[in-house]
Design a protein around this ligand. Structure first.
Ligand code: AMP
Length: 587
C-alpha cells in the first residue's frame, strides 16, 4: 500500500488538508468545511482555539486573535497571543497541528508526512520557516512545493506533455501570477509576479464603501463606526459571492442604527465597475510575468485559476480578452493547491500518477435571445448561462429583458452547445412564461439554470419585479433535435403590434409589421431600420455638423417612405447607407 502523505495548503487566509487515497482525492472537513481559516486565538476562558472559532472572535477580541501569520513567516519577529509571545513558525505550527489532528480523527489513522505548499516568491528563509513549522507540528515535511506547481499537478500529475501553464491565483488577501514550464517531466516556475495586498478583501471593501455611500446619501450625518463596517463586511461578502452566479444581489440589514435599515440592490454591472481598477492591476502583473520569462500570450498552453476570488466572472472575461485563451476552472479554486500537493505526495509515496478527476459539464447550456449587433437584430443569438467545463452541480442566473412595452409573454428556448448561433446548437426544450406585468420595456426576466450530476436541467424564468415564475425540468440526455430559432410569428406580432418599438408611433410601419404578407426577413429589416432611427435621434442632440445632419435626415425620411410603401430593396439600400453614416458619426 502506498504511504499516506498529506497535501497541505498553508494559506494566508485559509488552509486545507487533503489526501490521495485509492485514486481519489479525500478532502478533510474541519468543522464541516474543507476550508479552515488560518486563525489562532485564546478564548475568554483562556483556551487555545484554531480555525473558524478563532476567526469568529476576531472582531470582539482582536488582541487575543492572530490572523495572516503567513505574511510574517521567516521574519525575526514575535507576536503576542494573550500573555504568550510566539514566533510566526510557532503560530503556523498550531495551524498545521490542528489540520493533522482533524485528518487523523477523520481518517482514523496517524498522519505523519506532508507536502506543504508555499508561494513561488517565498525566499529560502521563508521556506525554511515553513519546514520548521511542520516539524514543530510533528510532521515530516517530505517536500515543500510552490503553490502554482501544485495547481499544475492537479490538472496534470504525470507531466507527460511539455507545456507552459499560466497560474492566476487571486485569493482573499493576495494575488500571484506564475508561468510554469513543464519540460521533459520537469516542472519549474519560470517567473512570478504579484501583489501581496490585493484580493477578495479589497472587493468586499468596494461594496462596503458603496453601501456606506448609499446610507450617507439617505441619512445625513451618518458615519459608519468599526462595528457597523464589520456588519456590512459580512453582508458585502455574501453579496459578492452571489454576484458571481447572479446578475443582482440584494443587501438587507435591519437596524444598522436604531433608525437605519438598509435595503439595496447591487447589479453585477455596478459591482464590476467597482472592482475593474483592481483587476486591471492583476492584468498588469500578467504582462510583467510574461515579460520576465521572455514569453508572449501566444506561448501559453493553459491558464489555470486558483483562489476563491477567481469565481468572479469578470476575472474569466478579462483574462480571456487579454490572453485570447479560456482559463480552466474545473477544479475547485479554493482546494486545488491542497489537492495538487496531495497528488504530488501520492507520487512521492509510490502511487501511480493521476490527474484529479472532477465532474464537469462538457457543454454550455443557455438560451436564444434577440441581440442587436451594429443596430441589426440577430434573432438567433446563443447566450450561454452555464458555461462548458463548469463543475457540477451548477446553478447560474442571467438577466434578460422584454423588448416592447406591455409584452405579455416570453418564450424560453434552451440549447446545449458552443456555437454563437442558437440554431446550430442542440435544442433541449422550451416553454413560455405568460402573464407578465403590463409595464414598459425593458422588463427584467431572470433565467436560472440548475444542472445536476445526472444531466437533469431545472430551468426557471422569473419576472424580477413581481417574482412571477415558471420552472420546467429538462432531461439533457434526451435532446429534442433542432429548432428553428426565428422568433415565432405569435411573439413577432406581439412585438410589432404593441405601439412602436423604437420611436414614436408610425401608423404606416405598424400596419406593415402587422400585415400577414410581411415575410419574417422583411420584419427583421424593418426592426433594423427602426433601431437605426433611435440611434440617429441621439446623434441629432450631439455636435453633428449641418451637412451630416441633413444627410441623416434625408436617409431617415427615405427609409420611412420605403417602409410605408413596402419597397424592401430600397429599404435595404437606405438602411445600409444609414448604418455606415451612423457608424461614422458615432465614432
Ligand atoms: P482563498 O484565499 O483562495 O480561500 O479565497 C478567499 C476569497 O475568495 C475571499 O475573499 C472570498 O470572499 C472569495 N470568494 C469565495 N467564493 C467566492 C465567490 N463565489 N465569488 C467571489 N469571491 C469568492
Amino acid at each position: 500500500m502506498a504511504e499516506l502523505i498529506a497535501g497541505i495548503d498553508l494559506g494566508t487566509t485559509n488552509s486545507e488538508i487533503s489526501f490521495f487515497i485509492d485514486g481519489k482525492i479525500v478532502l478533510v472537513p474541519i468543522d464541516g468545511d474543507p476550508v479552515m481559516p488560518s486563525c489562532v486565538g485564546i478564548d475568554p476562558s483562556g483556551k487555545l482555539i484554531v480555525g473558524r472559532s478563532a476567526r469568529n472572535q476576531m472582531v470582539s477580541y482582536p488582541e487575543s486573535t492572530i490572523v495572516s501569520i503567513k505574511r510574517k513567516m521567516g521574519n525575526d519577529v514575535q507576536v503576542t497571543l494573550g500573555d504568550k509571545s510566539l514566533s510566526p513558525e510557532e503560530v503556523s505550527a498550531i495551524i498545521l497541528r490542528q489540520l493533522k489532528n482533524k485528518a487523523e480523527e477523520y481518517l482514523r489513522q496517524p498522519v505523519n508526512k506532508a507536502v506543504i505548499t508555499v508561494p513561488a516568491f517565498f525566499q529560502d528563509h521563508q521556506r525554511q520557516a515553513t519546514l520548521e513549522a511542520g516539524k514543530l507540528a510533528g510532521l515530516d515535511v517530505v517536500r515543500i512545493i510552490n503553490e502554482p506547481t501544485a495547481a499544475s499537478v492537479a490538472y496534470e500529475a504525470d507531466h507527460s506533455i511539455n507545456q507552459k501553464i499560466l497560474v492566476y491565483d487571486l485569493g482573499g488577501g493576495t494575488f500571484d501570477v506564475s508561468l510554469v514550464s513543464v519540460e521533459n517531466g520537469v516542472v519549474e516556475v519560470m517567473s512570478s509576479h504579484g501583489d501581496t495586498h490585493l484580493g477578495g478583501d479589497d472587493f468586499d471593501d468596494c461594496i462596503i464603501e458603496h453601501l456606506l455611500k448609499h446610507i450617507k446619501e439617505k441619512h445625513a450625518g451618518f458615519s459608519g463606526n468599526k462595528k457597523i463596517r464589520q456588519r456590512l463586511w459580512k453582508a458585502a461578502e455574501i453579496a459578492k459571492r452571489e454576484l458571481s452566479d447572479n446578475p443582482f444581489a440584494r443587501v438587507r440589514e435591519e437596524f444598522i442604527t436604531d433608525s437605519i435599515h438598509l435595503d439595496i440592490e447591487i447589479s453585477r454591472d455596478e459591482y464590476e465597475s467597482m472592482i475593474m481598477p483592481l483587476l486591471q492591476k492583476t492584468l498588469d502583473c500578467i504582462h510583467s510575468c510574461l515579460r520576465d520569462a521572455g514569453k508572449v500570450p501566444g506561448d501559453i498552453d493553459r491558464i489555470i485559476l486558483v483562489g476563491g476570488s477567481t469565481r468572479t466572472p469578470l476575472v474569466h472575461l478579462l483574462i480571456e480578452q487579454t490572453l485570447g485563451k479560456t482559463p480552466q476552472y474545473e477544479i475547485n479554486p479554493d482546494l486545488i493547491v491542497s489537492m495538487g500537493a496531495a497528488a504530488h505526495g501520492a507520487v512521492i509515496g509510490g502511487a501511480s500518477a493521476h490527474s484529479i478527476l472532477v465532474d464537469i459539464t462538457p457543454f454550455s447550456f443557455g438560451t436564444s435571445a434577440v441581440d442587436f449587433e451594429d443596430g441589426r437584430p440577430n434573432f438567433d443569438k446563443f447566450v450561454p448561462v452555464i458555461k462548458r467545463n463548469t463543475p457540477l452541480p451548477a446553478s447560474k442566473t442571467e438577466a434578460f429583458a422584454t423588448m416592447v412595452d406591455g409584452q405579455e409573454h416570453v418564450e424560453v428556448n434552451i440549447y446545449q452547445g458552443e456555437s454563437e448561433s442558437a440554431s446550430s446548437n442542440t435544442f433541449i426544450g422550451e416553454f413560455t412564461i405568460k402573464g407578465l406585468s403590463d409595464i414598459p420595456a425593458p422588463n427584467a426576466i431572470l433565467l436560472n439554470l440548475e444542472l445536476d450530476l445526472n444531466g437533469m436541467l431545472k430551468v426557471t424564468a422569473t419576472e424580477k419585479s413581481t417574482g412571477l415564475s415558471k420552472t420546467v425540468i429538462m432531461d439533457t440526455r434526451k435532446p429534442q433535435g433542432s429548432k428553428n430559432t426565428r422568433m415565432s410569428e405569435e411573439l413577432f406580432s406581439e412585438l410589432a403590434g404593441v405601439k412602436e418599438i423604437f420611436e414614436n408611433p408610425d401608423q404606416s410601419s405598424d400596419e406593415k409589421l402587422d400585415s400577414p404578407e410581411s415575410a419574417p426577413d422583411d420584419n427583421e429589416l424593418i426592426l433594423r431600420a427602426k433601431n437605426l432611427r433611435k440611434r440617429a435621434e441621439k446623434l441629432f442632440g450631439s455636435n453633428v455638423n449641418e451637412e451630416d445632419a441633413e444627410e441623416l435626415k434625408d436617409l431617415l425620411e427615405k427609409s420611412r417612405e420605403a417602409i410605408a410603401s413596402g419597397q424592401t430593396e430600397l429599404l435595404e439600400q437606405y438602411t445600409t447607407s444609414l448604418e455606415d453614416l451612423i457608424f461614422y458619426l458615432e465614432d
